[in-house]
Structures are given as structure tokens and as C-alpha cells.
Design a binder for this molecule. Structure first.
Ligand code: AMP
Ligand code: GLY
Length: 426
């Protein structure tokens, strides 16, 4: 099988790495890819990953058997539809199905129809409505931009003024809508559910760290680190989430004539009243994918191809390593607000494979002299496996310490609470 992966981040690097390791895969092409993927994939230019015709033409000219779309923007723009129209199997939802991520209001409507547990929410188009909703729900206030905002559209705060300021900013956009939501208390979990339109195959749960600084301080980011498995989570978590959430949503989407094919990312809060959906995404999470795929032992291409061709029911039970996996994101100075670019990255290629750690590239580029430099906010995702969470942490942080990038920052407390047994259900 020949596979084309669309995207540039560490999530796509992890996908490319996993696909290349599948014995049924003879070649992986990444578009546009990044310098880190070069070792396992052929990287080809792609000016605009949201241009469906361009992606379909590329897939056709490369004679690929499967296209895997990494980020949300191409999916929401209908790239998967264009690829399927060209007669090529595509792992990723249609434009209509990707609205589960593209519009928080739509996601709430589908959840209501499928009786899926989530926070109470009000969809608002004026500041008066926002104020009424805030009065009704009380603090802490959860204010969400209705549309795509690259992980930065949500503000959670006790400060009513800050909440209103964010709402004002979202409403000022064209067709701006704001979702004001009930605050959901409890540890967060990300569960990726592979779907073929009918059948749901869950991957292993992971936990992400969204805030930029240690101790969950500072603004939300795309994600600063992750780990899997979650030893503190209830044993039946996956079963409950598939039964109460993922399967009903997939059934609802199928009944609407817009079947969901790809990965339904279920973002959950484990509250005292049980799991509640915080958000859906229509693609793999970044950086959780880096740790989930680090533990998956079943062939990845076979799984994604089965989802893309409606044959997930025939796939054998997934096999998982008992190892713990952890990733730490190395971010550029100024991330998330204003990341600095163009700084040299030293040491990323010195991590020995037998150290149990490896480096996935995200915001990297080669400069005119062929040297590796930073080119985005999240620059690298350093991943490690270990027989315990402690060992995985030690290995990941040793590798992070061996990398130099001026002004860079990373969280030092990824999975620390879990390692200390301090993550508790309410
Ligand atoms: P989202 O983009 O919807 O995933 O939100 C980003 C982050 O904001 C989540 O990972 C949570 O940490 C936080 N968040 C979102 N919605 C809620 C909520 N209803 N209650 C508490 N925290 C939330
Ligand atoms: N890690 C959060 C996300 O991918 O949306």
C-alpha cells in the first residue's frame, strides 16, 4: 500500500512513522511534511493543504491507495470529499461530518439528538445573551468561539470582565457566535475513536496538558505534552465512552446521511456525575497521537484503510504495548501568543534510538545552509517509552535536556501528578 499523509506537525510525523512501520506499506508520502519526516517518507510540496482539488490531483498522480488527512482545516474545507470523489480511499470525515469539530453549536445539537452527556450550553450571537447565560451558569465562566480557533478559542476564567472581553472578540468576527458552557470539573481525557461510518474502534485513552505553564497556569495552547496509559482512569472508561458517546454520535451522523469516517476525538471531563463531552474533534489530537501511536502494536495502515473503506468490523482486536509513553512539547519563545521563528535547533539528531526516546518534528524547517531551525510555535515533540511512567518521564526529559533552542520553553510537570498518584476522580 502507498499512503499520502497531509500535514506538517508532530502528529503527522507520528502518523508517518507508524504507517512506515506497517509491513503492508511500501511507501509513505507526506505533503508538505517537515524535515523530520524525510527519514521515513518522501516529502512533496503542497501550497495549500485546504485545496481539495490540489490534494486529489496529488493523490492521483502519486497513485496512492490511501490518503490520511491530519489537521482539521482541510477536513472542514472538504478535502476528504474531493479525494473520495477522485476514487481514492480517504481517512478523514467529509466536510459535513467535520462540522462536529468545525462548529461547537452543531456538535451540541448532535449530542442533544443522540442523548450524549455534555455540559449545559447556550449559543449566543449578542453580548446581552452572553451576559444572561453567564448569570444563569455562574463562575467559572467557559466562553467558546463557535468556529475553528486552533485550540485557542476557549477561555475559562472566574473573571467576568475577561470572559466578556473574549466573547466580544469572537462576536466581532463575521457571523461570530459564542458558546457559553457550564464549567465541567474533573480530570480530562482524550479518547480517539476510529470510525468507518458505522463501526467504532477505540484507541487507548491519553491525557493532554493544554495550559502553557507548569501547574496548569497561563493561556490554553494546542497542547504541551501528553501521556498514555492512564492508570488512574476507571477500567470501563473506554467501554462507557464508546457506548454512551461515540457510537450514538456515529449512529446519529449516519442517520442524517452524513456518516463519520475518520477519527472522532472525544475530549472528556470525568466529572462526579460521569464522563461529559468537552469537545469533539474530527481528527487525531496533537500531542496525544504521539503517545497513543507509540504504544499501538497493530498495523496502523491496515486500521486506517479499513476505516476509509467501511471494513472496520473485520479488523482484529488492537494490540497494545504495556509500556508507558510520554511526550513533552518544546515550544518557541513567545508561544502561544507570538512565537519567535528562525532559531537554530541543536541536538535533536543526537538522541540515540536505544535511549527509549525519539524526536518528532512540528514547527521546524531547513535554512538556506541546510541547518535545522524553528519555524512555528510548537517546534518539537519529544517522545519516550518506558516500563513505568517514571522511566518514560526520565527518558523524555533527558532527551529534552539534550536539545538546544534559544528561548524555548517546555512544561516540566507532564504526567507528574499521575506518577505521584495524585490524579483523583471526583
Ligand atoms: P476545547 O477547545 O473545547 O477543548 O477547550 C479547551 C480547553 O478548555 C479544554 O481542554 C478544557 O481544559 C477547557 N474547557 C473547555 N470546556 C470546558 C468546560 N465546559 N469546563 C471546564 N473546562 C473546559
Ligand atoms: N491536543 C488537543 C488537540 O489536538 O486539540
Amino acid at each position: 500500500m502507498k499512503v499520502l499523509v497531509i500535514g506538517t506537525g508532530a502528529r503527522e510525523h507520528a502518523l508517518v512513522r507508524g504507517l512506515a512501520a506497517d509491513p503492508s506499506v511500501e511507501a509513505v508520502v507526506a505533503a508538505p511534511g517537515n524535515p523530520g519526516m524525510d527519514a521515513v517518507a518522501l516529502c512533496v510540496p503542497l501550497a495549500d493543504p485546504t485545496d481539495g482539488a490540489a490534494v486529489a490531483d496529488l493523490a492521483t498522480s502519486l497513485h496512492v491507495d490511501l490518503v490520511v488527512v491530519g489537521p482539521e482545516a482541510p477536513l472542514v474545507a472538504g478535502v476528504a470529499d474531493a479525494v473520495r470523489d477522485a476514487g481514492i480511499a480517504c481517512f478523514g470525515p467529509s466536510r459535513e461530518a467535520a462540522r462536529l469539530e468545525g462548529s461547537k453549536a452543531f456538535a451540541k445539537e448532535v449530542m442533544a439528538a443522540a442523548d450524549v452527556p455534555t455540559g449545559l450550553a447556550h449559543v449566543c450571537t449578542t453580548l446581552d445573551q452572553v451576559e444572561d447565560a453567564m448569570d444563569g451558569l455562574g463562575a467559572p465562566f467557559v466562553i467558546k468561539d463557535d468556529g475553528l480557533a486552533a485550540g485557542k478559542g476557549v477561555v475559562v476564567t472566574d473573571d467576568a470582565e475577561a470572559a466578556l472581553a473574549h466573547a466580544r472578540e469572537c462576536l466581532a468576527k463575521e457571523d461570530g457566535r459564542v458558546v457559553v458552557e457550564e464549567y465541567l470539573d474533573g480530570p480530562e481525557v482524550s479518547l480517539f475513536c476510529i470510525c468507518d461510518g458505522r463501526t467504532v474502534v477505540p484507541l487507548a485513552p491519553a491525557q493532554d496538558f493544554k495550559r502553557v505553564f507548569d501547574g496548569d497556569e497561563g493561556p490554553n495552547t494546542g497542547g504541551m505534552g501528553a501521556y498514555s496509559p492512564l492508570d488512574w482512569a476507571p477500567e470501563d472508561l473506554t467501554e462507557v465512552v464508546v457506548g454512551r458517546i461515540a457510537q450514538p454520535v456515529v449512529d446519529e451522523m449516519a442517520a442524517r446521511g452524513t456518516p463519520f469516517v475518520g477519527v472522532l476525538y472525544v475530549g472528556l471531563a470525568l466529572t462526579s456525575r460521569g464522563p461529559r463531552v468537552i469537545e469533539f474533534n474530527a481528527r487525531f489530537g496533537d500531542p496525544e497521537t504521539q503517545v497513543v501511536l507509540a504504544r499501538l502494536e497493530s498495523p496502523l495502515a491496515g486500521l486506517l484503510h479499513a476505516a476509509a473503506t467501511g471494513t472496520l468490523a473485520d479488523v482484529a482486536d488492537l494490540r497494545w504495548s504495556r509500556d508507558h509513553a510520554l511526550t513533552v512539547v518544546v515550544a518557541a519563545e513567545g508561544y502561544p501568543a507570538n512565537p519567535r521563528k528562525g532559531d537554530p535547533i541543536v541536538g535533536a539528531d543526537t538522541i540515540e534510538p536505544d535511549s527509549g526516546a525519539w524526536v518528532l518534528h512540528a514547527g521546524t524547517a531547513l535554512d538556506d545552509d541546510g541547518l535545522l531551525v524553528s519555524a512555528g510555535g510548537r517546534v518539537l515533540s519529544v517522545v519516550a517509552r518506558g516500563s513505568s511512567l517514571k522511566e518514560a518521564r526520565q527518558r523524555a526529559y533527558a532527551a529534552v535536556d539534550a536539545i538546544e533552542l534559544e528561548g524555548s520553553h517546555h512544561r516540566t510537570d507532564i504526567a507528574l501528578a499521575a506518577q505521584r498518584g495524585e490524579v483523583h476522580l471526583r
